[in-house]
Ligand binder design. Sequence first.
Ligand code: ADP
Ligand code: MG
Length: 351
Amino acid sequence: MASPTTDAPAAGEDVLEAVGLTKHFPVRRRLRGLLSRTRLTVHAVDDVDLTLRRGRVTALVGESGSGKSTVARLLAQLQPLTAGTVRLHGTPVTVRGGRPFRAYVRRVQMIFQDPFASLNPVHTVRYHLTRALRVHGNAGRSSADLEAALAGLLDRVSLTPAERYLDKFPHELSGGQRQRVAIARALGADPEVLLADEPVSMLDVSIRLGVLNLLRDLKERLRLAVLYITHDIASARYFADETLVMYAGRLVEGGDSETVTQHPAHPYTRLLIESAPDPDRITGATRAGDGERGGGEPPSLIRPPAGCRFHPRCPAAMPRCGTDLPPRLAVGDRPGHWAACWLYDPAEATS
Ligand SMILES: Nc1ncnc2c1ncn2[C@@H]1O[C@H](COP(=O)(O)OP(=O)(O)O)[C@@H](O)[C@H]1O
Ligand SMILES: [Mg+2]
């Protein structure tokens, strides 16, 4: 294994890769619907390609309901895929329960939005962390090993001295401390990948930065590959190396975070950034009557729009956008920057 203190060539190495990731949920119908025999599905995630790399943070940005959490659950193998492949170090993974699942979870850990819900209120910090260490075989042989491992985990998330926190219950901690405990628990598996689903959006604004800085520090020190899911594109710029933008189940733009946030190409990304100073506003009153600037509601995922799913809201829509699905097209002169948008079709530019 590469030493975490040297700039080993392994940095940036592909760790977890999704190709054509797709999830359709069947919609339960009432009796009347059953008789009509039409089967409805929610197209939650369609044809998503992404790669998480060692020592890098990849942000997945989009509005609520765009399919971000579903992507995380598929990557975590918590739900079966409708189509596509997940590869860990190039090897396709399809694990359903049992020992292979535990082996996978040891390498790919998830952090959830609400640390209060993900920690058991009747158990102490010591219990949660001990259990994680034991399940993943990292508790050592003696009780001294275990104590050292517990102190090590709390030290990594800057909850020191450990004795101050080990015997506390979740309700005795602040929101930020709870999320740090949830992160420490994930680290108890000694994972390679962290899937962090809106890890700071339930925390007070004043402590968000501290938790993001902690995740960044872990990325660097432990060379973790991190997926950072957020609806706040401004935080992606601050925190992520690469940013992917998701709209209505599909990725619409990607590239390094600086480029995507400073030179957004897709009209949807531009809309997100315009609304960015206060991300909560995206779902608020500004949306109504904002039609010309691309306002309006995200589409139904039961019958998503044909062509580009953003076309009904798009201020730059062309006729073909309503019929033809745009592929990933290279944007500008920054390597790796792409948008799934016909504006960047070289044929459009010359006409
Ligand atoms: N288990 C499920 N059954 C049916 N629909 C689901 C299920 N999970 C998610 N969805 C739907 O999939 C879409 C994407 O949801 P989600 O991945 O949670 O989005 P996000 O995390 O971006 O808010 C939503 O329309 C949601 O209602
Ligand atoms: Mg979500």
